[in-house]
Design a binder for this molecule. Sequence first.
Ligand code: EPZ
Length: 411
Amino acid sequence: MESFLIKGGLPLRGEVTISGSKNAALPIMAATLLTDEPCVIRGVPDLSDTQFMALILKSLGAEAKFENGTLSVRAKKIHGHADYELVRKMRGSICVAGPLLARLHKAEISLPGGCVIGARPINLHLKGFESLGAKIEIAGGYVRATAKKLTGCTAFLGGRAGSTVLGTANVMMAATLADGQTVIESAACEPEVVDLANFLNAMGANISGAGSPTITITGVAKLHGAEHQIIPDRIETATFAIAAAATNGEVTIKNCRPDHLRAVLDKQRAGSMTIRRGKKLAAVDVTTLPYSGFPTDAQAQMMSLLTLVPGISIITERIFESRFMHVSELARLGAEIEIEGPSAIVKGGRPLNGAPVMASDLRASAALVIAGLAAKGQTQVNRIYHLDRGYEKMDVKLRKLGAKIQRVEEK
Ligand code: EPZ
């Protein structure tokens, strides 16, 4: 297993170019199953998750070629069985269910397990499929959705933590080929849902309202091939912006959409932006919310920054039930953080000192890298395979910004 070896205390300076959004790419890659014609998706980040999704598409019978960020797919003849061995490795693969149900009227997907950040149920996905007329059976660790036909409906996708991003994606994709009109109420409003709707419309779907809590999909008989450019990754943007602030550096972030990050940056410029610490950083309270609230995927990274800011900051996680795995590892670097239910109370201001730490999930790994960059001395972040799932060449990008970071084999 690989680790990052970081010599901290150096300000990040220079330019970084953001990659395409992982969380837009995965459902858009699944959407190529909706047509037997060729699709070309550009700006797909080269990650273990996207490589894996390409493998899943091939396992379903599609031809898929992924080269230099461009994915060419032709799902000419496909079947509807997504194997346990594949799905268990990436729960995002659940988003092939909607396209398979729409195209084949049958989808058999291994139930995605939970992960360290929460139970990650799919009840809202299945509720949406049932509203469209599908029959759902669960047996042997598989969920099997079948339908004689799919009929437009009103599907309410609100759950205990707001809406569901991949649930909205799944139901929206299934509805594109249903008879009649479907209205998704309490839909997820994330930019990744909008990017998927744009791709589906380019394929000939008839979708309006994406980005709002009410999405209307008028079913069509068939979808054709299309080309698409994935939006920039707003969470990678937030990660580098926070890293710039944490190291008291000055970083110009290119190929980003600041308007997708209002809650994190409060800036509205297209294209690029420069992050530098303005006046003194102040302790803040942060609560993660569905879009356009503060994104849960930037919570851990923000916590690393707030450990450096004198004063008390309170971070409340409202989306997932256990997304504080990074707290104990940050404490190994000297951070003072107490967890009280859904909140973490950060007593910031003491400098961090380097130490070996363990990554537990994708965004916790990013938080530990940021803390290591800011800490005095050396930090070794172990198990960075978690990080490689969602960040394209993060060590290369950070070295270009002056960071002393090496990828090494974990001793
Ligand atoms: C997407 O996951 C993202 N992943 C996650 O990013 C992100 O954290 C999450 O949305 C929330 O923004 C991808 O897009 C591949 P949800 P998703 O369904 O769609 C509950 C990252 O770090 N829920 O919006 O799986 C669920 O338990 C990853 O890049 C139900 O109760 O998340 C959670 O508490 C991590 N029933 C909340 O809703 C359901 O049927 C939000 O989950 C579905 C979800």
